[in-house]
Write a protein that binds this ligand. Structure first.
Ligand code: ZN
Ligand code: ZN
Length: 412
C-alpha cells in the first residue's frame, strides 16, 4: 500500500472506478467512506471486493490496524465456516494417513487442527507461528529444527540462509490472533501439550540430555563448538526450558557414552550466520549414569548426582593436611613449568583457583583440584576414573601420584 500523496493520483481514478457513481463526483475520494464500504462488503462475505476497497483506502493513507478489524473478523468467520465442514479433529483428516510423521516431529492425531491452522511440519495447531520470506508458515520450533539440517524452506525449497542468519523470526501476528480468538480451546490444549513437553525437558534427573564429546569437570569452563543438528536442538532446548544445563560424557565404544560425567551450565551462546554456535559452558556437578536413552536424535540418561563423602574428627585433620600438601605440590609443579607452557595453560583454563579454607565445603571438593586434573597431561580414561571418586582423600592421593610422576619425568 502506498503511503502518501505521490500515490493518490493514480488511485483516485481506480477508486472512482470501483465505487462508481457513489464516489465519482468527489474530487478527492473520502477515505472514511471507502472504509465503511469495505467493512460492509467484508461483513457481507464479499471478500474479494472488500479487499479491493481496503486497498483503495490504503492508497489514500496508510491503514491503521484497528481499521482492519472488520476484515480480520470476516475472514476468520469465513475460514471457520469452511473448516467446520471438515471432519472433526482426530478423525484423520480428509486425505487420511499420509502425514509426514518422521523424526519425532509428528504427533498422534489426537489434536488435528483445521487444515488452515495446522503446521505443515508437525500437523498440529500452529504454536508461535512464523512466516518465511517465501511466505510459508510453520511453528517456530518446527522451522528451527528443519533449518538445523538444511537452510531451505521445507515446502518450496527456497533458500533461507539469509533468513537464518538474521535470526529475526517474527511471529505471524494475524495467524496467532485468529487462533486466540477463534480456536481458544484448541489453543489451550496445544499450550498444555507444550508445557508438559517443557516440563519433561527440564527434568535434571530423568532423560537428561547428554552431549557426548569430551571430559568436563566441576567449576572448569568448557567451550563447545556446536554444529551437529541434534546438538543444536539440544542446546536450544536447554535455553528454552531455562535449565541451561546438560550432561557431558566421554564417548564409550560399547555403551555409547561413559558411566560418569559432569553437568555443564551454559553461560553464553554465540550463533554464526549458518546456525552453528559457540557455547560457553562451565562444569557444575558430577553424576553417574543409571540408564541410557535417546530423544530426537541425541542421547539422554537417567542420572544420580555424586557428592563427596564427608569425614570428621581425626580423619578430617588428616584430610586437611593431605589437601594442603598436595596443593603446595601442585603449585610447585606449575611454577616449575616453562613459560610458554604456562601461558598456554593459562590461556586455555585460566589461573589456578586458590586454596579453599574448608576443603569439604563443596560436595564436589575444591575447585583447584579440578583445574589441576584438567591441565595435567593425563589420559581421559584416567581423568574419568578420578571424576567418579567420591572420596576427596582418594582423589588427592591419586593426583599426588600423577604429580610425582610428571615432576620426575621432566628433565631438570
Ligand atoms: Zn509445527
Ligand atoms: Zn517456502
Amino acid at each position: 500500500p502506498g503511503n502518501g500523496k505521490e500515490e493518490a493520483e493514480p488511485s483516485r481514478s481506480r477508486t472512482a472506478e470501483i465505487y462508481g457513481s457513489e464516489l465519482a463526483g468527489l474530487p478527492q475520494p473520502e477515505r472514511g467512506l471507502c472504509l465503511r464500504r469495505a467493512d460492509a462488503l467484508a461483513r457481507a462475505g464479499r471478500m474479494a471486493e472488500a479487499l479491493d476497497a481496503y486497498g483503495a483506502a490504503a492508497r489514500l493513507a496508510r491503514l491503521r490496524p484497528e481499521e482492519l478489524r472488520e476484515l480480520t473478523e470476516s475472514f476468520a468467520l469465513s475460514i471457520r465456516d469452511k473448516e467446520l465442514r471438515l471432519p472433526p479433529w482426530g478423525s484423520g483428516g480428509p486425505g487420511g494417513g499420509g502425514a509426514a510423521e518422521g523424526e519425532g516431529l509428528g504427533d498422534p492425531a489426537c489434536c488435528r487442527p483445521p487444515e488452515l491452522f495446522a503446521c505443515p511440519l508437525c500437523r498440529r495447531l500452529f504454536y508461535e507461528p512464523v512466516t518465511t520470506p517465501c511466505g510459508h508458515t510453520f511453528c517456530l520450533k518446527c522451522l528451527e529444527r528443519c533449518l538445523d539440517h538444511n537452510p531451505h524452506c521445507p515446502l518450496c525449497k527456497e533458500k533461507l540462509s539469509e533468513f537464518l542468519a538474521s535470526r529475526t523470526y517474527k511471529k505471524t501476528v494475524l495467524t496467532e490472533e485468529l487462533i486466540v480468538r477463534y480456536l481458544p480451546e484448541e489453543l489451550s490444549e496445544r499450550k498444555k501439550v507444550y508445557e508438559e513437553e517443557m516440563k519433561e525437558l527440564s527434568n535434571l534427573n530423568k532423560d537428561v540430555p547428554i552431549f557426548v564429546c569430551t571430559m568436563a569437570f566441576p567449576t572448569i569452563p568448557c567451550p563447545l563448538h556446536v554444529f551437529e543438528p541434534r546438538y543444536r536442538l539440544m542446546i536450544r532446548r536447554c535455553m528454552e526450558t531455562g535449565t541451561k544445563q546438560f550432561g557431558m560424557c566421554l564417548a564409550d565404544e560399547l555403551k555409547g557414552f561413559a558411566d560418569h560425567g559432569c553437568i555443564l551450565e551454559i553461560r553464553d551462546v554465540k550463533f554464526f550466520p549458518d546456525g552453528r554456535s559457540v557455547v560457553d559452558t562451565v562444569g557444575v556437578r558430577r553424576f553417574r549414569v543409571l540408564s541410557h536413552g535417546q530423544r530426537d536424535g541425541y542421547n539422554t540418561a537417567n542420572i544420580e548426582y555424586l557428592e563427596d563423602k564427608k569425614v570428621e574428627g581425626p580423619e578430617y585433620e588428616e584430610l586437611v593436611r593431605l589437601h594442603d600438601s598436595v596443593y603446595d605440590q601442585a603449585v610447585a609443579w606449575f611454577t616449575s613449568l616453562k613459560d610458554n607452557m604456562k601461558v598456554q595453560i593459562l590461556n586455555h583454563f585460566g589461573s589456578m583457583p586458590g586454596k579453599e579454607p574448608e576443603p569439604q565445603s563443596n560436595p564436589s571438593g575444591p575447585a583447584w583440584y579440578w583445574w589441576l586434573l584438567a591441565v595435567l597431561p593425563l589420559e581421559n580414561r584416567a581423568q574419568l576414573a578420578i571424576l567418579a571418586m567420591t572420596s576427596l582423600k582418594d582423589r588427592l592421593i591419586a593426583i599426588r601420584r600423577v604429580l610425582i610422576f610428571v615432576t620426575r619425568k621432566r628433565p631438570r
